[in-house]
Design a protein around this ligand. Structure first.
Ligand code: DGY
Length: 319
């Protein structure tokens, strides 16, 4: 079985695929143009996809030989699952192995914003250490505050657990279903979306992205948040309207924002949000640890190996 991998992944995954006898192609050029990428996909049985290439109707029509897709990500919003299902194409993903790393980044962003790390880091870089000033640019502590989790799955649970342990935060959440484990272990309370928005001191997004969520966090939502609230998005940039977020930050409707994902992505170099001192932006590095990336490579390889043997992928996004 031929497998096309558009970017080099950790060796552990490559070795597993080779040992299973799969025929791997990895291009020299790690940044293929869309046309080059399609050409490779037209000549393969399976794709191991790194990054946000779109697997839509056009793709499936142009690449009829592709019989399986193994994503190097937990999120599968890049794939039109309905179209994949129509063609009986299994779509693998990499859940669990990156939950710790991604929730670490949400936790880091929350703390960076609460203690104004971006502002102070910039001052130091500008050779403006400043004198001790009891009133200048104070942060806010998180002890006993309320964390609101939008989407309490595996990553949301890890974030809630860290916040509980570190700061004894109250956990509220809004989700498709109740999360019994979080309610039992963390005392998490299920609330309506409106309650989540109006009661959270930190609102952190951990849901899977679908079009119905597009720019759910917009002006009308930011207006209902607390003025001390910190907005954290490590899920997908499409969840928030970035212009509305910028306005909410400038108008002090909310305290600050920590973003590992932006809308659009990559962020435009002249996006005014980058000029705000109450914002911390990272370039989508939630899973960027050795441990998480090795786990992702292993899961992606396991998915393709299972498929090559005619078995169900062990980590599959579509039934
Ligand atoms: C994921 O795994 O979904 C990460 O966001 C990388 O795309």
């Amino acid at each position: 079985m031929k497998v096309f991998i558009n970017k080099r992944i950790p060796e552990i995954g490559i070795k597993m695929l080779e040992e299973a006898g799969l025929q791997i192609t990895i291009p020299e050029d790690q940044n293929l143009s869309p046309d080059e990428w399609i050409k490779y996909c037209q000549d393969t049985d399976a794709v191991l996809n790194v990054g946000q290439n779109k697997y839509d109707k056009d793709f499936f029509e142009q690449c009829p030989n592709v019989k399986a897709i193994a994503l190097f990500s937990v999120g599968f919003d890049a794939v039109n699952i309905e179209q994949a299902n129509k063609r009986n194409i299994p779509v693998g993903n990499t859940p669990d192995v990156l939950s710790r790393a991604t929730s670490d980044i949400a936790f880091l962003l929350m703390q960076s914003v609460s203690r104004r790390a971006s502002y102070y880091f910039q001052k130091v870089k500008d050779d403006d250490w400043g004198n001790f000033d009891p009133l200048h640019a104070l942060g806010q502590e998180l002890y006993g505050k309320t964390l609101g989790v939008f989407g309490l799955g595996r990553i949301g649970f890890e974030m809630a657990e860290k916040c509980k342990k570190a700061f004894d935060m109250n956990i509220i959440y809004h989700n498709r279903n109740h999360n019994d484990e979080a309610e039992e272990k963390l005392g998490a309370k299920y609330v309506s979306f409106e309650e989540l928005v109006s009661q959270s001191d930190v609102l952190s997004i951990h849901a899977s992205f679908t079009e119905e969520h597009a720019e759910l966090f917009n002006q009308s939502v930011f207006e209902k948040m607390k003025p001390n609230a910190i907005f954290v998005n490590t899920a997908r940039g499409g969840f928030h309207n970035q212009v509305d977020l910028y306005n909410a930050l400038v108008e002090k409707k909310i305290w600050g924002a920590g973003l590992d994902v932006t809308n659009p992505e990559p962020i435009l170099h002249d996006d005014p949000i980058l000029g705000l001192s109450n914002v911390c932006v990272l370039p989508h590095i939630g899973s960027a640890t050795v441990e998480a990336r090795n786990g992702m490579a292993k899961f992606a390889a396991e998915n393709l190996i299972a498929f090559s043997k005619g078995e169900k992928m062990p980590h599959c996004a579509n039934p």
